[in-house]
Ligand binder design. Structure first.
Ligand SMILES: NC(=O)c1ccc[n+]([C@@H]2O[C@H](COP(=O)([O-])OP(=O)(O)OC[C@H]3O[C@@H](n4cnc5c(N)ncnc54)[C@H](O)[C@@H]3O)[C@@H](O)[C@H]2O)c1
Length: 404
């Protein structure tokens, strides 16, 4: 049985990996250790999941001797743990995004090549039945060769705002949302297209969050504007957030409820990106983070038709039971397929991904399991868009990375 160690003991680590490893996956893999630089959080997870806790990552590798290291720390630290684990002879499963910029990405790909070990990136959306069914239909040639993709992604004021409360709000920590969040979307589009991005152009503004208001504070719990601010939250009311974050903040100063209008915020909240692919296809993509409702819409146009797909996750038009794949053919014929909404984390994607990662022997005809190349390609679109925004020019992916 393979031994698996975890670095990072936050919400994603607990829900996606630690709890399932300690329960339904007990017979499949041996969960042999956890490390987080916040000792309180690490100890809570260790106690709950009955796994040994370490206060030093290297010591965990040497003592627990894992075959696989799961990396679920903040995005800008992934490369440190990925590279150290690879050098120690372990395979790595990294949360998305693989990392936050091209230089760190290059170091990961180089270390993977040198050590001969393997990095897997957990793109759970590929495992969500709706996204997977779209891939199958596109691969069947239902709209011919894909020439254009138009995707709008909109985050609501709960989910979207949350990124501006935490470490994600600083470019150095997350690469901004074009890396941290859009890596999911760029990966899905790369996967649907079966193509690699070549050239990227972007625009980004900070127009809604960040220093856009006179009335702001350090954090909600100490704010003078609690009564009037529509973004006020009290995380002590949520049992998990209170225990794992509010009661652990003395360790590292990680405040879970920082002000969304704080002057430290330097990421964009409004983004638009264009990508040209090696297949000749063009992508038009947008992300906003303060929408009244949450979801996405895409129109995919090929030589033999146009596909329209969409999900509404919150708001008055929230999809409750199913999503639709609609295809308009050049003849005028309209084909419609209904895809039921699966239960579970990320529309059922998390469970299927875990089975693929830890149970073994599961066929992968759609290529849902993503490696470092896919991780690199999706993050590099975001990294290139960030550079394009800063330098006001089109960026070639080949300028950022050496894939040899
Ligand atoms: N696939 C998905 O749908 C999905 C969803 C949420 C988060 N994520 C990813 O999972 C990862 C964790 O996200 P989260 O929401 O749990 O964040 P979090 O802030 O709740 O947890 C991150 C943890 O990393 C720890 N940490 C930070 N720096 C560290 C360091 N240098 N060494 C050791 N530990 C360190 C923190 O103490 C914290 O416990 C991120 O990479 C994020 O992008 C993926």
């Amino acid at each position: 049985m393979k031994k698996v160690a975890l670095v990072g003991a936050g919400g994603r680590a607990l829900h996606m990996f630690a709890r399932p490893l300690a329960t339904e996956l007990r017979e499949d893999v041996h969960f042999c250790g956890v490390y987080d630089h916040n000792k309180v959080r690490a100890a809570l997870l260790a106690e709950e999941c009955e796994v040994p806790v370490y206060t030093d990552f290297h010591q965990m590798i040497e003592t627990a001797k894992p075959d696989i290291v799961l990396v679920a720390t903040t995005d800008n630290t992934h490369h440190i743990y990925i590279n150290t684990a690879l050098e120690a002879g372990c395979d790595v499963i990294s949360e998305k995004p693989l990392t936050t910029d091209a230089d760190k990405c290059q170091s990961i790909l180089d270390t993977e090549t040198r050590t001969g070990r393997q990095v897997t990136v957990t793109f759970n959306l590929r495992f969500t039945p709706y996204f997977a069914r779209i891939k199958e239909v596109l691969d069947s040639g239902a709209i011919g060769k894909i020439l254009h993709v138009d995707m709008q992604y909109f985050l609501d004021r709960l989910h979207g705002a949350d990124y501006f409360r935490r470490w994600h709000a600083e470019m150095d920590n997350s690469g901004g949302l074009l890396v941290h969040k859009s890596t999911h979307h760029f990966d899905i589009i790369n996967w649907w297209l079966g193509a690699d991005p070549k050239s990227v152009h972007g625009f980004g503004t900070r127009s809604f969050y960040g220093p856009t208001r006179e009335q702001w504070g350090e954090r909600c719990s100490t704010c003078s504007y609690k009564e009037s601010c529509e973004f006020y939250v009290d995380y002590t009311q949520d049992e998990f957030t209170n225990r794992y974050y509010m009661q652990a903040e003395q360790e590292d100063g990680y405040y879970r409820d920082r002000c969304v209008f704080h002057e430290r915020i330097d990421i964009y909240d409004t983004m638009s990106v264009q990508v040209r692919y090696d297949s000749g296809a063009i992508l038009t993509y947008s992300l906003v983070t303060y929408s009244p409702d949450e979801g996405w819409k895409a129109a995919i146009t090929g030589t033999d038709g146009r596909m329209e797909v969409a999900c509404r996750y919150s708001g008055p038009e929230r999809d409750e039971e199913s999503y639709t794949i609609k295809i308009v053919k050049p003849s005028g014929e309209i084909l419609t397929e209904i895809v039921p909404i699966a239960s579970g984390g990320h529309g059922g994607g998390d469970e299927k991904l875990r089975a693929m990662l830890f149970k073994g022997g599961i066929a992968d005809p759609l290529g849902q399991q993503a490696g470092s190349k896919a991780g690199a390609m999706s993050l590099l679109i975001g990294a290139a868009a960030n550079r394009s925004i800063a330098e006001n020019k089109v960026i070639q992916i080949a300028e950022l990375m050496n894939f040899s």
